[in-house]
Design a binder for this molecule. Structure first.
Ligand SMILES: NC(=O)c1ccc[n+]([C@@H]2O[C@H](COP(=O)([O-])OP(=O)(O)OC[C@H]3O[C@@H](n4cnc5c(N)ncnc54)[C@H](OP(=O)(O)O)[C@@H]3O)[C@@H](O)[C@H]2O)c1
Length: 261
């Protein structure tokens, strides 16, 4: 990764990062803190946010703004704090989310409601609150966390995958519409990353990477202008390729993969 490019991209920037209390978000916070930036970190747990801050470099000014991002009012309060302190946002990384799988023996709509609320609607609230601040920046970037699980329908991921597909679709449209306001929109699609979220998985996770490796991919991707930041390539390109298969073959392969899990 080109250190000079990273400095140019993040030094002097005002950054809001959600889901910074653990996993990928914590690793991204630590990586960004090496640059001289104003870093606003959000998640529900103040205690875990403090732990993230304690691992950050002193190069950045760290501000903790805890809150439940499923509430519109929390997003508004956080952005109004940023507005009062700096009056603008250069980069919003909306990463907070969770994952629940669907159990076909107890098909439960509340899992779908929870996934859409925690992953998709909370991001919509974040965008709504962040947009006026991003519009005050002369190099604004809006980055949202999706997943390779949003590319195709994966058994048990019916709810999680749908929320991530919704995010991908929304951000694709915003990529075009927000370009009129000079806001660069990007989507992050990781494969499996070792975090608290995946520690609960009871199946093999191919091409699993660390949160630190994921953070390097994300920082590097945010120095470029490509829409999609996807990694590790052996996982993301594999699934993109699978999505191109004729449907009978694709469904047969997915059925086969279920037998091996
Ligand atoms: N790990 C993977 O393999 C993987 C792959 C693809 C995509 N992703 C996505 O990456 C993102 C981060 O996941 P992770 O793996 O790093 O999991 P994680 O360690 O469980 O982190 C999730 C983060 O989201 C925050 N969060 C969850 N619900 C929230 C809420 N209602 N309000 C505010 N913050 C909330 C959590 O903080 P609090 O609990 O303190 O609120 C935590 O900081 C998620 O969107 C996930 O879907 C992960």
């Amino acid at each position: 990764m080109h250190e000079k490019k990273l400095h140019q991209a993040f030094s002097g920037k005002v950054i809001w990062l959600t889901g910074a209390s653990s996993g990928i978000g914590r690793a991204v916070a630590i990586a960004l803190s090496h640059y001289d930036c104003e870093l606003y970190l959000s998640a529900r747990s103040s205690k875990n946010l403090e732990q993230t801050a304690s691992q950050c470099s002193s190069n950045a000014n760290i501000h903790l703004l805890p809150g439940d991002l499923c509430l519109k009012t929390s997003n508004q309060a956080i952005c109004s704090s940023i507005q009062s302190s700096t009056g603008r946002l250069d980069l919003a990384i909306l990463n907070a989310g969770s994952c629940e799988y669907v159990d076909l023996d107890a098909f439960d709509s509340s899992i779908f409601e929870q996934m859409m609320q925690t992953n998709f609607i909370s991001m919509v609230y974040g965008i709504e609150s962040a947009l006026p601040l991003l519009e005050q920046s002369d190099s604004a970037r809006l980055v949202g966390m999706s997943s390779v699980a949003g590319y195709i329908g994966i058994p048990r991921s019916e709810a999680y995958g749908a929320s991530k597909a919704a995010i991908f679709n929304m951000l694709s449209a915003l990529r075009v519409s927000l370009s009129a306001k000079n806001i660069c929109t990007q989507v992050i699609c990781p494969g499996f990353v070792a975090t608290e979220l995946t520690a609960r998985n009871d199946f093999p996770m191919p091409a699993l990477i660390t949160a630190e490796k994921a953070s390097q991919e994300i920082l590097s991707g945010m120095t470029k202008n490509h829409f999609e930041i996807h990694f590790p390539k052996r996982m993301s390109l594999g699934l993109k390729f699978l999505a191109l298969f004729p449907e009978r073959l694709r469904f047969a392969l997915l059925k086969l993969s279920m037998k091996h899990n």
